[in-house]
Write a protein that binds this ligand. Structure first.
Ligand code: BGC
Length: 393
């Protein structure tokens, strides 16, 4: 079966290359070879999983946009399995996809599949997560990656009063995202660069041995994977947090803050605290300041009920629009606009479109309604009327 697919892909590749003036991809921000992609052509969208809220929104938004433009869309979700994602992409190639958009489960493991797509003449767009160690990536569209960590750390610094001279020492526990996701490194670096000076002064301390223990002298690139949560799983974060609490906070010790890079991880952390330290109450001084990312529905509820203080909102509607624009320009053989950065994937600098994330707290939670990210009625359900009327509007 695999073998048959390979042959089909190779034959498709040869057939397409024969019909085109140039195969392969430009790396310059030009869509390049002037070859047009017909309306009605197939575009593949490969998402990592259905089990996280955002990828459903991302995939469906982009699919709807592209279908409105007249393209056929194959949308697949890989169940967080690299082999499944590679099979999904091969299937897109076998269905003659002219462009594949990939939010990878594992940025390195997906390389061979996108190489097949490229060899078959398709353009490859890395969506949100960079595809690593291959030449077969034409463009990358994401949010300013380090900025996510900057927003999280800035909020923690503010809440702990560190810029106002608070000396602590404050106990903080640190989590990073999945070790197989290139984004995690940047999120953590953005945060660590701001927190590290307070570790150096002894104002922030990490008393647990989580990930081997984080010290002031550590560099972000050396620690992010050690404190990473595989596949961003809430259950794993909960287990990790439970063992942190058992080992280090079992006798009433104060936990001041938790750097969490994702709302699902935050939920795992909150579950662990509630089960191991029932004396710590959300919304009171006994509860730590906890960050997050994605403005998931659960985080809207958690921010309203005090379990979480901050999240980072990445407007996936805007990301879908940015990628749609990119696809149309590629399809029309135009120069690609809006490239405002590049990311090195180990093989090449990938021209990138970088959008701005926004920090969200109780003070601006209703911005999520204004951005049409969540409806007013759903927002009301999630916040259970705990917010003041003027905060909701
Ligand atoms: C995305 C985040 C998301 C995380 C978990 C990252 O690659 O950039 O927005 O929270 O994956 O799905």
């Amino acid at each position: 079966m695999q073998f048959t697919k390979k042959i089909v892909a190779v034959v498709a590749g040869v057939a397409m290359c024969a019909g085109l003036t140039a195969c392969g991809s430009s790396r310059t921000g030009q869509s390049g070879d002037g070859d047009k992609i017909e309306k009605g052509a197939t575009i593949g969208i490969s998402m990592p999983t259905k089990s996280e809220e955002r990828w459903n929104k991302d995939g469906n938004n982009l699919k709807a946009n592209l279908e409105k433009q007249g393209y056929k869309v194959i949308l697949s979700f890989a169940d967080d399995k690299p082999a499944q994602q590679n099979a999904d992409i091969e299937n897109m190639v076998n269905n003659d996809a002219k462009i594949v958009v990939v939010a990878s489960k594992d940025g390195t493991a997906v390389g061979p599949a996108v190489e097949k797509a490229r060899d078959a003449g398709a353009k490859v767009i890395a969506y949100d997560r960079l595809i690593m160690n291959t030449d077969a990536v034409d463009y990358y569209a994401t949010f300013q990656l380090e900025q996510t960590g900057v927003l999280e750390a800035t909020w923690l610094i503010d809440k702990l009063g560190l810029e106002d001279g608070a000396t602590g020492p404050f106990n903080i526990e640190l989590f990073a995202g999945s070790p197989d996701d290139n984004n995690s490194k940047y999120f953590f670096k953005g945060a660590w660069d701001l927190l590290q000076p307070y570790f150096e002064k002894g104002i922030l301390v990490n008393p647990s041995n989580h990930g081997g223990g984080v010290k002031a002298s550590d560099k972000a690139e050396d620690i992010w994977q050690k404190i990473g949560v595989q596949s961003w799983k809430a259950e794993q974060a909960q287990k990790d947090m439970e063992s942190i609490l058992d080992s280090t906070y079992a006798h009433g010790e104060k936990l001041d803050a938790v750097l969490s890079p994702y709302d699902g991880i935050t939920q795992g952390v909150a579950n662990a605290i509630e089960s191991k330290r029932p004396d710590m109450k959300p919304g009171t001084d006994s509860w730590p300041y906890i960050t997050g990312q994605d403005a998931m529905e659960i985080s809207i509820a958690n921010i309203a009920n005090g379990k979480q203080g901050e999240t980072v909102f990445k407007d996936v509607n805007k990301l879908a629009n940015a990628v749609e624009e990119l696809i149309i320009e590629i399809a029309e053989g135009k120069e690609v606009s809006g490239i405002n950065g590049k990311f090195n994937n180990g093989n090449l600098d990938v021209p990138s479109k970088l959008l701005d994330p926004q920090g969200i707290t109780i003070d601006n939670l209703s911005d999520l309604v204004k951005a049409n990210y969540v409806t007013q009625s759903r927002f009301n359900e999630l916040t259970k009327g705990t917010l003041l009327e003027d905060q909701i509007k």
